[in-house]
Design a protein. Structure first.
Length: 38
């Protein structure tokens, strides 16, 4: 079933998902200080 993972849609979703996860982790780690400054 390598064709399923090779599909452009799945590849795009995986790429976007990875960016969201990485972005969320960075925001939680680095963005935690600036946002807590209320």
């Amino acid at each position: 079933m390598p064709d399923t993972f090779a599909a452009p849609d799945m590849n795009g979703l995986g790429y976007v998902g990875a960016l969201v996860v990485v972005g969320g982790a960075v925001t939680a780690a680095v963005g935690d200080r600036p946002f807590k400054r209320r």
